[in-house]
Structures are given as structure tokens and as C-alpha cells.
Design a protein around this ligand. Sequence first.
Ligand code: NAD
Length: 351
Amino acid sequence: MRTILVTGGAGFIGSNFIKHLRAKHPTYRILNVDVLTYAGNLENLREFEADSLYHFEKVDIRDRQAIERLFRTYDVDEVVHFAAESHVDRSITEPELFLTTNILGTQVLLDTAMRHWKREPDNKYSRDYKPSVCFVHVSTDEVYGSLGATGYFTEDSPIAPNSPYSASKASSDLLVRAYYETYGLPVKTTRCSNNYGPYQFPEKLIPLMIHKCMSNLPLPVYGDGQQIRDWLHVSDHCEAIDVVREHGYFGEVYNIGGHNEKTNLELVQIIINAFGQSEELIQFVKDRPGHDRRYAIDATKMADELGWTPRYQFEEGIAETIQWYVEHPEWIERIVSGAYRTYYDSMYSSF
Ligand code: NAD
């Protein structure tokens, strides 16, 4: 039996990834390891309550002993590492939390994987090397910093993070690289553009604007709203990670993106129009310090080497996403009221 340890599986992308993994690989044992910060919502995974090949462990990735116990108990074959503090605004007010979780937490996972996975250092540089174990590190295009009006981030672009969040992710990327180069740990890194889709915590741009629109509240837009982001549907991201997991080469970085560049203002206007609301709801607010102007991903390597391209057209994906939030008002309400946090206690605390 193959056991995949998914860190941060109660978060937005992690929970979508677990659903993808179960649909694609029904025989895998999935171990979801998440400490359930405010961003972790186990209700996203209700459908797994009766799945005997799914396990949840409420564990902090910085807890070396607990991670060691999990590797020993579950005989882990692969790690897909999502767990992180992920909100740029929060990283500006609480940088230390981002450094300990995103950097030291990653190091704990790398160390533990090293101890448990017998390495074969002579094969480290062979592109066809296929050990039975694998560590996929999920990262972000934000590690590359900001682009001008033209050009794209490739895997060879310099690392130049501008926020404590992106600096902590860039640091974890470099650690992952170092564990490959120094110890031959079989790692792969993905760097993806902005994701959208169901189950995203409503502090992030798209669900935040949808929620405000649905509640007829002002829509706060940073600065002039002309910051450009490249948007990818979360299910395309999950499929890309799965492809990298199965077919990617060790020690490599893969950029994942959707070729859907939109300014933040354009995006807000799309949402306003979908609800038939007035643009008068838009409220420009003081810009975020160090706010990157433009991100855009060149995902040619994913297409050429691994045959992956996104399935979603942005117009279709955003319409479906808006529809999902409209049809699940209770999901947002349970987050806004904090009720989602009681689910773990009711389901797991008696075990
Ligand atoms: P999220 O904030 O929705 O989820 C993060 C999850 O990690 C939560 O469930 C949280 O409880 C858990 N977590 C946090 N600290 C932990 C700790 N110390 N121990 C165990 N679990 C912990 O984030 P997301 O948007 O799903 O992003 C997942 C990953 O993908 C992150 O590494 C992020 O950097 C990366 N990424 C995100 C995007 C995006 O657009 N959201 C784009 C590219 C890359």
C-alpha cells in the first residue's frame, strides 16, 4: 500500500488535492497532517469520515517528535508539502510565525524524510532515477518577486522575494534544493501562480470579494488596483502537482501557471458584474507595503516535459467558482462566525 503524507490538507489547496488524490488513486492511503490554524477547515473533507484509507493527524509540522512518530507509524512513501502560513498581509504583521512554520517546519519534514528513506546518493543526478519515495514541495511564483510590464518567470528567474511570506517560501525552496544537492533526498519543487476555486478562506481576494458582494458591503481594493496576477483554477494546480509527483524529475523546479493575467481591479469588476452590483461598491484603500506589481508564469517546462496544460478557461472557472460560493453560503457563514472550528472537536477529540 502506498502512503502519501499530505501536510496542510485542511487548507484550501491541500483539501482540494486530497479530493483529487482520492479520485485518481483510490488505493492510496492518505495521511492528512494539519495543525488546524485559522486557515485549516476539516469540514472541507467531511466526505472522508468513513474512508478507511484516510487518516487525519492534528500535528504541527514544527514538532519534530510528532512528525517522527507519524513516519514510524504510517510508513510514509511520499510527502506532498502544502502546510504553510500563506497570507501576505498577515506576514507583514507577524513575520516570525511565517519564518518558523514555513522554514523550520519544512526543515523538520526534510530531516525526518531523510532519516526514514534510505537514500541512494550515486543515482542522485540521473534524470531517470525512480526511487520509491518522493518529497514534493509546493511553492509559489511570489518567490521570484515582481515583474515589469513584459516577460515571464521561468524556473531560471532569480529568486527575489519582497514580502516576509515570499521570503519564507523562498527560504524553504532553497532548503529543499540543498537537501537534494547535499544529501540526495528525492525532492521536487513546484511554483504556482494565484489559485482560485472552492474552499478558499475568505480573506483571499476572490472569496473576499464574492462574500462582500453577496453581503452588499464595500469592496476594498489596494492602491490603484492595477497589480497583475496570473490566475489558475485550483483543480488544475492539483492535477499539475499529481503529474509532477508521478512523472517529474528529482531535484527539479516546475513552474505552474494559467496564462490568465488580470489586474486586481479587472477581477473585482468581473465579480461585481456577475452579481449585477454597482462599481460604486469599490473602495480604494492604502496600498500594501512592498506590494508586487506583476506576476506571470511561463509554464512551458510543465507542458514540454510532463505534458501538463490547464483544463480550465478562466471565464468558465471563475463563473463556476462564483456559483459554488453562491450555493454554499453556510460554508462562508460558518467561517465568519467561527463555527467551523468546532468540527474537529466534535469528530476527533474523543479518540
Ligand atoms: P491555506 O492557508 O489555505 O492552508 C494552509 C494549511 O496549512 C492550513 O490548513 C493550516 O492549518 C496548515 N498549517 C499552517 N501551519 C501549520 C503547521 N505549523 N503545521 C501543520 N499545518 C499547518 O493555504 P493554501 O492557499 O492552501 O496554500 C497551500 C500551499 O500552497 C502553501 O504552501 C502556499 O504557499 C502554496 N501556494 C498557494 C497559492 C495560492 O494561491 N493559494 C499559490 C501558490 C502556492
